[in-house]
Design a protein. Structure first.
Length: 195
């Protein structure tokens, strides 16, 4: 029994050592700073033969970090540039729509005048003397009202077209400014990369 008592601690210590070896992590924890906040991540244990590979990985990681930062910095300016360009295209489409509406309104004006003249010719034959004069006056008043309504519509379209042309000019200027801003930021980023 005394032998078993002396052997027991040895067996227990060996078992404890085995368990510790099984549970012990095979990686070390390294602290990395990212934007002022610290985060933890695990990296494999390194040997002397892995030093050169680790240096290359660090250089590669730095390049990737710079690349991500570079494109992230250009992102807002690039998005703004293409958004302005898309808005410019929409305004141009609206301008063409207004021009189309104006042409259609002019066509309706011509058609209404033509219809009035044809109706007048057909109806005048039924009247003579004073009745014909009254008929002409009534039809002339109706035609004048219709023409005034169409001319008012044309005036509204002209004002709307002028507004859109003004908006398009503003958008073009902003588009040029955004493009120049994006180019300047790209040059600054390339210079910082060289330094």
């Amino acid at each position: 029994s005394s032998d078993s008592e002396t052997e027991s601690p040895s067996i227990i210590s060996k078992a404890t050592t085995v368990v510790k070896n099984l549970v012990a992590p095979k990686s070390i924890t390294r602290r990395k700073k990212n934007g002022g906040s610290a985060c933890l991540y695990s990296v494999p244990m390194l040997t002397d033969t892995d030093d050169s590979d680790d240096d290359e990985d660090d250089v590669s990681d730095d390049a990737q970090v710079f690349s991500r930062g570079f494109f992230r910095a250009l992102g807002p300016a690039t998005d703004a540039y293409y958004n302005k360009q898309a808005n410019l295209i929409r305004l141009q489409c609206a301008e063409y729509d207004r021009e189309k509406d104006m042409v259609e309104a002019k066509i309706r004006l011509i058609d209404s005048r033509k219809a009035w003249l044809m109706a007048l010719r057909e109806s005048e034959a039924k009247y003579t003397g004073q009745a014909r004069l009254q008929f002409r006056k009534a039809r002339a008043d109706e035609a004048a009202e219709g023409i005034m309504a169409i001319e008012k519509e044309l005036k509204t379209i002209e004002l709307s077209t002028a507004k859109y042309e003004h908006d398009i000019e503003i958008m073009r200027r902003e588009l040029v400014d955004r493009k120049e801003q994006a180019e300047e930021e790209q040059v600054e980023a390339e210079e910082s990369e060289k330094n």
